[in-house]
Write a protein that binds this ligand. Structure first.
Ligand code: HEM
Length: 308
């Protein structure tokens, strides 16, 4: 049979006896769904810290988000790491990336509607100072999508190219540091300190690796060469708006539902000034500013729907 001779050729060419591999097929167990998907391992990864049943919902949904962020990064890595891809392949990749961002936004109702108010406000007390803020994959998406000047705190952002040789020079000026600085002494609080200790090195390395080759640079080059297709443009704008306006607003409204009721604003587990910080019009985080009109940029974050 042709397939047998191909198998023999494959293993012989690598100095292996093909018979050993063929005999292995006779003795190995057939693959099962549960082994392949690692269902038991997956379902053993939830460790609530209280007895409130809804804490499991909270943990599982965060894990689902991390898996989708991982798929988003997986597509981004392929898109940014492939030389001379076809237009349709890029359209497919961008479409997948945008879809994952949309899924993060639409499924957030699991948090908004799926937690009992009293239970959430009880079990969350056992979680301080941990916060979703410490999701490193969320930051990696940002770093791969846009250059650091777009991620600086607004007071440090200037028009034109940022002059920097090393991420260590601007790390402390990134917009999200604001959420974790203790106003009493100007130093990182517990949430930010733990995050820096665990991830600063990885973030710095990622800034270096994607310097000059983020999705922003990918899109800008194509646009300036007149090669950005309509579908690519639509996906990029959609991604920018969903990741930087719609998800942040959905997330903020959820935080308000649990933490700001009856005029009282509760302290979050990460202890940020969250109501101000989390608003997209405050952060003004924009991945691809050259794809938006002056008017759209000026009103960024004030609209929940995309305008164009
Ligand atoms: C009831 C549900 C949730 C509430 C009340 C909530 C609340 C908050 C608050 C108050 C912050 C600001 C930092 C702090 O002070 O802790 C924050 C940040 C953050 N949370 Fe959540 N969160 C919820 C669910 C989630 C989920 C499911 C995720 C998904 C991983 C998530 C991801 C994030 C991220 C990425 C940030 C940082 C955002 C930024 O820097 O702009 N959160 N959250």
């Amino acid at each position: 049979m042709e397939i047998i001779s191909e198998i023999q050729k494959k293993y012989s060419s690598q100095g292996h006896d093909p018979e050993v591999f063929l005999k292995g097929l006779l003795v190995s167990r057939p693959l099962t769904y549960w082994d392949y998907i690692q269902v038991d391992t997956l379902l053993s990864l939830q460790h609530p810290r209280t007895d409130y049943p809804d804490e499991k919902v909270f943990i599982v949904y965060h894990q689902v988000v991390e898996l989708f962020l991982n798929l988003l990064l997986h597509e981004l890595q392929q898109l940014l790491g492939t030389n001379n891809p076809s237009d349709s392949w890029c359209e497919d990749k961008l479409n997948r990336i945008t879809n994952y961002a949309e899924i993060l936004n639409t499924t957030f109702q699991v948090m908004n509607e799926g937690l009992d108010y009293e239970q959430y406000n009880s079990f969350r007390l056992a979680l301080a100072p941990a916060s979703g803020f410490q999701s490193v994959q969320y930051r990696l998406v940002e770093i791969m999508c846009t250059p650091p000047e777009q991620l600086l705190h607004r007071k440090w952002r200037e028009p034109g190219e940022l002059k920097w040789d090393d991420p260590m020079e601007f790390y402390d000026k990134l917009y999200w540091r604001e959420a974790g600085i203790n106003p009493a002494n100007g130093l990182p609080g517990m949430m930010l300190k733990a995050f820096d200790e665990r991830y600063k090195e990885l973030l710095i390395e990622t800034f270096r690796r994607y310097k000059g080759r983020t999705l922003y640079h990918w899109a800008l080059e194509r646009q300036s060469q007149g090669r950005l297709t309509k579908k690519q443009l639509e996906s990029l704008r959609r991604l920018d708006h969903v990741y930087n306006v719609e998800w942040p607003l959905t997330h903020l409204r959820t935080a308000e539902r649990y933490l700001a009721v009856g005029g009282v604003v509760k302290q979050s587990t990460g202890a940020s000034h969250w109501r101000e910080y989390l608003h997209p019009a405050h952060q003004k985080r924009i991945f691809f500013p050259f794809l938006w009109s002056e008017e759209e940029l000026a009103s960024w974050g004030q609209l929940s729907e995309m305008t164009g």
